[in-house]
Design a protein around this ligand. Structure first.
Ligand code: SF4
Ligand code: SF4
Length: 363
């Protein structure tokens, strides 16, 4: 991994050059949930270890961190670190791992176009540099999750749910929010773990797929667009990247990106499986807001898989799920904002996102 990472970073003069003068470096991971590395849900520990070691070799102090999905306790965070292999990395490298949910927070006013105020842990702005390590996965809400979406994990615990409610009116508004967050807190550099990615219904319950790639760039939008293009996604179905391009935060097409390394044509994946919601992502906004109940994909609960834990109801930002102990949850479609957090956080994979009947007939 270290040799691959060294090759990957060589066009920028290596991490020594990227981190020149930095004494403390936050390494932002994707630690969505307590799943083993083989599930391809979280940043792989081998990538984390290679980057952390390089940061130390560059003379800086690395701090690993994230805010996992849902509400995290000290005990659940420790369990997550054990299961994901990050606890072993921290032991080997002798570095600290922080859960953003337990850190002091501060409100920041940024340069966003639509959203300007963000409450995030002050650590994020106190360190000298931030290296983001996104895991490339499909995402039922945003199409893909990569370097830009990774910053949603800056929002600690409950704030993630609250911002879903504030900005989750439709996908365009949510994508504006993600771009505002990125514009306010641009990381120093991003290194994408695309060694084993996730296809299908990500970001939690999709299918792991070995691609064996590491991608790096100072530009998160460029990194995401390159990866999306490699697996055959049209940028027009990825509103976050479209909006980033409109704001000139990132490239509009793959032709605008200078690729340093192997030819993209030699790496393309022709049979990558998109999320079930992929068609929905390119629907006009009026169909996904005003006529949401007719057209927007919605969650269904699978009675056979459901463990009756009630987690989905506790984390639904719109309070649209009713759960009585021991029963299958039910959903109020009038209140559901189609954020798909229930699907993302369900530990049993018991929430399916499907198109409503009318849309299935219209196909
Ligand atoms: S989170 Fe999943 S397993 Fe738990 S009650 Fe909801 S659907 Fe069932
Ligand atoms: S029911 Fe699921 S998709 Fe609907 S608002 Fe709640 S968490 Fe989001």
């Amino acid at each position: 991994m270290t040799a691959a990472l060294t090759r990957c970073l060589s066009p920028w003069g290596g991490l020594n050059h990227i981190l020149e003068g930095a004494e403390t470096v936050l390494i932002k991971l994707n630690l969505l949930s307590a799943e083993p590395p083989s599930a391809a849900v979280t940043t792989h520990p081998s990538v984390v270890q290679a980057v952390t070691t390089m940061v130390k070799d560059a003379g800086a102090i690395p701090i690993l961190g994230d805010s996992p999905g849902g509400f995290t306790t000290t005990a659940s965070f420790h369990r997550l670190l054990e299961v994901t292999g990050i606890a072993a990395v921290a032991d080997t490298c002798g570095c600290e791992v922080v859960c953003f949910d337990t850190l002091p927070v501060k409100e920041y006013t940024g340069k966003g176009r639509t959203y300007r105020k963000f409450t995030i842990p002050s650590l994020i702005t106190e360190v000298d540099a931030v290296i983001c390590l996104p895991k490339f996965k499909t995402h039922q809400l945003t199409g893909i999750t990569g370097a830009v979406k990774l910053l949603y994990g800056y929002l600690p615990g409950k704030a993630k749910t609250e911002y879903h409610l504030i900005a989750g009116k439709d996908l365009t508004t949510f994508s504006e929010f993600l771009c505002d967050l990125y514009a306010t807190f641009p990381p120093t550099f991003s290194i994408m773990d695309a060694v084993e990615v996730m296809e299908g219904n990500g970001p939690h319950h999709g299918i792991p797929r070995l691609l064996g790639l590491l991608l790096a760039s100072p530009s998160g939008p460029a990194l995401d667009l390159t990866m999306a293009s490699l697996v055959g996604f049209d940028v027009r179905t990825l509103p976050t990247l479209e909006i980033a391009a409109q704001r000139q935060m990132g490239p509009g097409t793959i032709d605008e990106i200078e690729i340093l390394g192997p030819r993209l044509d030699d790496l393309r994946v022709s049979d990558f499986c998109p999320p079930a919601t992929h068609r929905f992502l390119s629907l006009p906004t009026f169909m996904t807001t005003g006529a949401k109940w007719l057209f927007a994909a919605r969650p269904y609960f699978d009675s056979a898989r459901c463990r009756r834990c009630g987690l989905c109801a506790n984390h639904c930002p719109a309070n649209a799920i009713r759960y009585t102990s021991g029963d299958l949850p039910t959903i109020s479609l009038t209140h559901c904002i189609r954020c798909y957090c229930c699907e993302e956080l369900c530990p049993a994979g018991a929430v399916e996102i499907k198109a409503p009947l009318l849309r299935r007939w219209l196909r």
